[in-house]
Design a binder for this molecule. Sequence first.
Ligand code: SAH
Length: 217
Amino acid sequence: MAAEDALRHERYAMVESQVVARHIRDDRVIAAMKAVPRHEFVPEDQRAQAYADRALPIGYGQTISQPYMVAVMCELLDVEPGHKVLEIGAGSGYQAALLGHMAAWVDGIEIVPELVTKARKTLAMLGYTNVAIHEGDGSLGYPESSPYDRIVIAAAAPDVPPPLYDQLTTGGRIVAPVGSRHSQQVLIVTKRDGDLDLDRGIGCVFVPLVGEHGWQF
Ligand code: SAH
């Protein structure tokens, strides 16, 4: 129990110094980041670093993003309690868990089968009943369960994958890091009646989105 208390203390300190101090203002994002035990989503040998100010390896050449970057993406997504959300590149399941606190339902898609198994196990152990992780190529979206109010891509895309636009509600929003393989900018696309509004956020570096509408190796 003392260990759990110490981890909670670290987590709250992380939220204050890395998230609130850097001007994340969305109370729902802040509450979710305080609630989700990030240390459960990192490999055993990374636990001591779980609340550090950086991305961490989760195996298979992939990473769990820096907490601040996750907070920025969640805030830009502007999730409301009734929303259905799609996360492309679910990795460890950490961001899906955060979104589970903020939305009604979350579908996460992950292309690495081992990460799917692990994320499902972690989310089940923590008792999430409104987050599902699917194995597949998220660059195609997840048409079987669309439309979504919000879609977030947690990997670097050469462009917003075209199939996603049809899987978005009117008034819906996509947040995605778009650019080259090595540096991107967060793109915010809002679907209006027959029109798309484009906005640009901060610069960032994500691992590449692969698959049909991702980077081809
Ligand atoms: N959001 C995750 C971290 C994302 S890292 C977390 O909270 O832990 C980006 C992830 O995108 C990696 O796990 C990678 O395997 C996955 N990915 C890359 N291309 C993909 C694709 N086409 N479909 C689904 N997942 C993909």
